[in-house]
Design a protein around this ligand. Structure first.
Ligand SMILES: Nc1ncnc2c1ncn2[C@@H]1O[C@H](COP(=O)(O)OP(=O)(O)OP(=O)(O)O)[C@@H](O)[C@H]1O
Ligand SMILES: [Mg+2]
Length: 596
């Protein structure tokens, strides 16, 4: 079974190796785009490096020799260089944005494909809010890394080495003056990374918690308002924001100190070069041009160092995002298809549960214990019994949302584990306790987003169910808001039933499908379902036993065990659990009737 995907409080350090594997793998997949960007980068940087040399030639060559022509040419080349650098930087930026976008689209698709392949056990442990923050914000951070940071780092390293090499080439002694600055910089960098990196990881984690918290609580806004818990939720949000602010504030404080340290070093280095170089100029060992060139190069040498503090935070953030994405992608689906699964196009004989044992986790109690039953094509069965008895679990196994530990489930004699998910789920329809409608029109929802289904099929299904009146009130063109909150639960169940008929599957599993309807709507739907019974097979999970009197077989489940099985009459004459439930319910209904 899966574990949580790592938003917990325990996780503190970044697995840099795993993060790097993900980042480099993504870059390799888009190597062409990055290579072109790299070429632009080399040229853009090289063009920048030429300007101080031009300054030297102007000061030492053109001006002393009063060569107006050379002065004009050098100045023009200087200006041209800056223009060329602009063009190259523009091309570089566009190329990076294009490659970055492609890479993120690729990564998001990979993530979504992966998320959809994971089983229900994963989703029962990882709330949707956090997952959507994962897909959106972590990939967003990586986008920043790929478009700006990675390339700037390359550029800065390239620039630093080139500037240093050029300085060494022109004057070894003057360059050596700068040497004491570097250990101080390294020390500053070391302190900064050490102190700020845990803070970045912390802020990132709080950020994910915040997004998840907000999504999950906005989803339950009605309950919050009904219980006046808005302030409690806001209080927790405020607390999280405060913690995030504190972590970020301290990280920024270190960044400022780091910045100021480097800031102090640059004028010191410049002063040393001015002092030592000026003396050499006075002694005639050095030209003014070379000295000015050095001063210009010192600015270029310090630029990458300044940017470093910015990089550190983005690298920390990106690697913590990559680390989390890598962990998510590394999760294996707990329910897998066979390498070459069988494809079924219909259920022509029936379904059989043979001594099935199931529990949701290895250390939790059995939810189904040695359950055996069968349903032939064209038959209808009902599953009834106490709350938490295991009824929905039977449906979960039929759709392979979960796997079971012992026994077999056979569909037309074929082991369910050999059948492809797609074909299994296309021959069976499910109407769950919790109906989910998707944003879109009523028509889209009835077709379950399959535009290949002709509209006529929808009209036929509505007619067959006698729901013309219902769909006049809720027209097919009506827009359904997220999760169908603009509809009542009973209305959603009617829509889900109609959807099952539109999709035209052999077997339908109705999990408490009629529990929220008024008696009139229920009769409407039951009547339509009855008509369909002649052609299809139905498994009805129901609490209200009066609704399942006409099925061929009723299974009574209690504590995960199949306690009784038979028709309504058989079970009534047996005078066992079913009969007791039935009498209790009809007694209660007559009490309700009397009270009314
Ligand atoms: N995803 C899950 N993870 C862990 N345990 C679960 C999960 N779903 C259900 N259970 C447990 O399995 C048992 C059977 O649940 P199931 O949903 O099958 O009951 P049910 O008979 O459908 O109940 P109800 O009539 O209330 O719908 C319950 O004890 C429940 O807590
Ligand atoms: Mg249930």
């Amino acid at each position: 079974m899966h574990s949580s995907d790592g938003d917990g409080e325990k996780e503190e350090s970044i697995d840099y190796r795993a993060s790097f594997r993900l980042v480099s793998g993504l870059m390799r997949a888009h190597i062409g785009g990055f290579a072109l960007a790299f070429i632009f980068l080399i040229f853009a940087t090289a063009v920048n490096l030429v300007n101080p040399i031009l300054a030297k030639h102007i000061l030492d060559g053109a001006i002393p020799s009063q060569d107006y022509f050379r002065l004009a040419v050098y100045s023009a080349v200087y200006a041209g260089n800056i223009f060329l650098s602009l063009v190259l930087n523009y091309l570089l930026y566009i190329q990076l944005v294009k490659t970055g976008q492609k890479l993120i689209v690729f990564l998001k698709k990979k993530l979504l494909d992966h998320l959809f392949s994971l089983g229900m056990d994963f989703y029962s442990e990882n709330p949707a809010g956090r997952l959507s923050s994962r897909v959106q914000s972590d990939t967003g951070t990586l986008y920043e890394l790929f478009t700006e940071t990675a390339i700037t780092i390359f550029k800065d390293i390239f620039m630093f080495i080139s500037v240093f090499a050029i300085m060494l080439f022109f004057n070894f002694h003057l360059t050596m003056i700068l040497m004491p600055v570097f250990p101080v910089i390294l020390l500053l960098v070391w302190f900064f990374v050490k102190l700020s990196s845990p803070l970045f990881v912390k802020s990132r984690k709080i950020m994910a918690e915040l997004t998840g918290w907000l999504t999950e609580h906005l989803n339950g806004i009605e309950v919050l308002q009904a219980y006046n818990r808005e302030e409690t939720v806001c209080g927790h949000m405020h607390d999280l924001n405060e913690r995030k602010f504190k972590a970020e504030y301290h990280a920024e404080l270190y960044a400022v100190i780091f910045f100021l340290g480097i800031f102090a070093l640059q004028p010191s280095a410049t002063a040393a070069v001015f002092g030592f170089g000026g003396e050499q100029v006075l002694q005639g060992k050095l030209t003014v041009g070379v000295l000015i060139m050095f001063i210009l190069y010192i600015t270029q040498l310090f630029e990458p160092i300044f940017r470093f503090s910015e990089h550190v935070s983005i690298i920390q953030r990106s690697f913590s995002a990559a680390h989390r994405l890598d962990r998510l992608l590394a999760l294996k689906p707990s329910i897998n298809e066979k390498a070459q699964p069988s494809v079924i196009s219909s259920v022509s004989k029936g379904i059989e549960f043979r001594n099935v044992w199931m529990r949701y986790k290895n250390d939790s109690p059995w939810v189904l214990k040695n359950v055996s039953f069968s349903i032939k094509k064209g038959e209808s069965i009902a599953i009834a019994g106490e709350t938490g008895g295991g009824k929905t679990t039977i449906a979960n196994l039929l759709f392979r949302f979960y796997d079971f530990q012992k026994g077999r489930i056979l569909i037309d004699g074929e082991d369910i584990q050999n059948i492809s998910f797609k074909s299994l789920r296309s021959v069976m329809g499910l109407i769950q306790q919790d109906i989910y409608l998707f944003p879109g029109t009523m028509m889209d929802n009835l077709k379950m987003m399959d535009s290949s289904i002709p509209d006529e099929k929808v009209y036929e299904a509505i007619k067959l169910m006698g729901l013309d009146g219902f769909f006049r009130k809720h027209p097919l063109s009506m827009t359904i808001v997220e999760k169908g909150i603009n509809l009542s639960i009973g209305e959603k169940q009617v829509i889900a039933l109609a959807r099952a008929l539109v999709l035209d599957q052999d077997f339908l599993v109705l999990d408490e499908a009629t529990s929220h309807m008024d008696p009139y709507t229920e009769r409407l739907v039951t009547g339509a379902v009855q008509k369909l019974l002649e052609h299809k097979s139905l498994i009805i999970i129901a609490h209200r036993l009066s609704t399942i009197r006409n099925v061929d077989k009723i299974l009574m489940i209690s504590g995960g065990e199949l306690r009784e099985c038979g028709s309504h009459e058989e079970l009534m004459s047996k005078n066992g659990l079913y009969a007791a439930y039935y009498r209790l319910q009809s007694g209660m209904s007559s009490l309700e009737r009397n009270a009314a």
